[in-house]
Design a binder for this molecule. Structure first.
Ligand SMILES: Nc1ncnc2c1ncn2[C@@H]1O[C@H](COP(=O)(O)OP(=O)(O)O)[C@@H](O)[C@H]1O
Ligand SMILES: [Mg+2]
Length: 136
């Protein structure tokens, strides 16, 4: 994979917003890229299990026309192109795997409870979306 040099999404948001957040349109743009990455993984029968801000690196940054790069809520308002990295916890979707791994904030209830899980990455991407919007 190509080495990107704009850092990861967590660092980017921290360094480029007042309140550690992305604007609604910026967050939506990132989540769209995230869904494409998940879709590619599922197509080959894998889940990632460590979806979080730190595991996306910035591969491109584009300003919205005429806009400031921080919006009225103190959130970064730019188009960020991101790439999923860190495949340490990747595994096959259909394997009977109950392991409780991943970052706790992003963990789906099934993983927290060590239940059998099918699709933990979508929940985690939802948490990433929440974190990106709220800075929490
Ligand atoms: N392709 C890449 N381009 C730029 N930075 C990268 C890339 N891959 C990894 N990094 C940086 O290295 C850090 C650690 O890499 P990662 O694969 O997530 O390993 P770890 O298992 O230690 O979390 C990432 O958070 C990111 O900042
Ligand atoms: Mg990582």
């Amino acid at each position: 994979m190509r080495k990107e040099n704009n850092g990861d999404l967590e660092e980017y948001i921290k360094n480029n917003s007042r309140y550690n957040c992305l604007s609604e349109r910026a967050a939506k743009f990132v989540v769209e890229d995230g869904l494409l990455a998940l879709n590619d993984l599922y197509d080959i029968g894998l889940f990632h299990r460590d979806i979080k801000l730190k595991n996306f690196v910035i591969s491109g940054i584009e300003n919205y026309p005429n806009g400031p790069t921080i919006d009225e809520n103190g959130c970064a308002d730019v188009k960020l192109y991101v790439k999923l990295i860190d495949f340490d916890f990747v595994d096959y979707i259909n394997k009977d795997d109950h392991r409780r791994i991943g970052a706790i904030f992003y963990m789906s209830p099934q993983i927290v409870n060590s239940d059998k899980y099918k699709n933990p990455d979508v929940f985690s991407l939802g948490m990433l979306w929440f974190k990106a919007l709220t800075g929490e």
